[in-house]
Design a protein around this ligand. Structure first.
Ligand code: A2P
Length: 331
């Protein structure tokens, strides 16, 4: 028997991507159901040659039995309906930030801590997109050299703010008078060091997610993270400039080998041949790309790198689907 899977928020930016990724992977799916709000319930969508009617999300339907429910309809929807689904014995992979820091809820990047899901049932949180790509690249190095401190600046694509933000950038690129509705300032030809709300300590919520989620996924509260998250006029793909201080000095050749041999990472690091990842060249794929590897000029324990990944795929949909695959493998 194949799997019975439900996608909640199937008409949204990430939900649609989840449907694409599910169609691409070799997964035996018997029944795929799509849930959304009254706005689209009753409409049809095509998936792998099947016509699927979008169903209205209700508490009753979440009490039915599913193998997996993949949620991507925002925090409020997750808070209410994922809790009902869990109560009914279902396993939920939730893309919102609602459950990420809740004790007892696993926060999972399969390559890093997927093994902890053996025999688990219930809500599983999918981390923030910027955190996912960073921990994929850093976990293999943490195992050997132990990370003390990470300083990261992000260059985040507008697709991370949903479909309306993509439309806003498209229109502002053509029309200098087009108003800013999604972002607090014009995003075209600009950079905004402001993602999510500011906390009283001066960091934004997005920046603090990178701190606490990294510590939870790596299972190490001693890792210090200092993040600056920036929205840039890119449609798809987040980039990160990351500088790491390790306990022991890494050898550059060994770091290259470690990254090259790691599942899910593509090392693109030959700057003289213009080999370094960019969002335009790598979006639409599932890997985490690493380039611009270099040792600090002063401190042998410090290394810098550039990390790029598709925020809607590895940063959201692909990671969620890989969690399903990992759980199936662990059975
Ligand atoms: P709908 O398209 O019917 O409004 P995005 O993040 O791109 O804005 O997408 C949000 C997704 O979450 C959409 O699929 C949307 O469905 C769904 N959604 C939003 N609110 C609800 C709700 N109250 N119940 C069910 N689905 C919801």
């Amino acid at each position: 028997m194949g799997l019975h899977i439900g996608v909640v928020g199937a008409t949204g930016a990430v939900g649609r991507k989840i449907l694409n990724v599910l169609a691409e992977r070799k997964m035996d799916i018997d029944r795929l159901r799509c849930f959304a709000s009254e706005r689209t319930a009753g409409e049809m969508l095509e998936w792998k040659g099947r016509s699927i009617t979008i169903e209205l999300l209700t508490e009753e339907v979440m009490m039915e039995s599913f193998d997996y429910l993949l949620f991507s309809a925002g925090g409020e929807v997750s808070k209410k309906y994922a809790a009902v689904a869990q109560e009914a014995g279902n396993t939920i992979i939730d893309n919102s930030s609602q459950w990420r820091m809740t004790d007892g809820i696993p926060l999972i990047v399969p390559e890093v801590n997927g093994h902890t899901l053996r025999n688990y049932k219930g809500i599983i949180a999918n981390p923030n997109c910027s955190t996912i790509q960073m921990v994929v690249a850093l976990a293999p190095l943490h195992r050997i050299y132990r990370i003390k401190r990470i300083v990261v600046s992000t260059y985040q694509a507008v697709s991370g703010s949903g479909h309306k933000a993509i439309v806003e950038l498209e229109n502002q690129m053509k029309d200098t008078e087009y108003p800013s509705q999604v972002y607090p300032k014009r995003i075209a030809a600009n950079c905004l060091p402001h993602i999510d709300v500011f906390n009283e300590n001066g960091f934004t919520k997005e920046e603090l997610k990178m701190v606490y989620e990294t510590q939870k996924i790596m299972d190490d509260d001693s890792i210090q993270v200092n993040a600056t998250t920036v929205r840039v006029p890119v449609f798809y793909g987040h980039s990160e400039s990351v500088t790491i201080t390790f306990e022991s000095a890494p050898r550059l050749q060994e770091v290259r080998e470690l990254l090259q041999n790691e599942e899910g990472i593509v090392l693109m690091d030959n700057p003289e041949a213009l080999e370094y990842p960019t969002p335009l060249e790598t979006s639409g794929t599932d890997a985490v790309y690493v380039g611009r590897l270099r040792k600090d000029l002063y401190d042998p324990c410090v290394l810098s790198m550039w990390i790029v990944a598709d925020n809607l795929r590895k940063g959201a949909a692909t990671n969620a689907v890989q969690i399903v695959e990992k759980m199936e493998k662990l059975k």
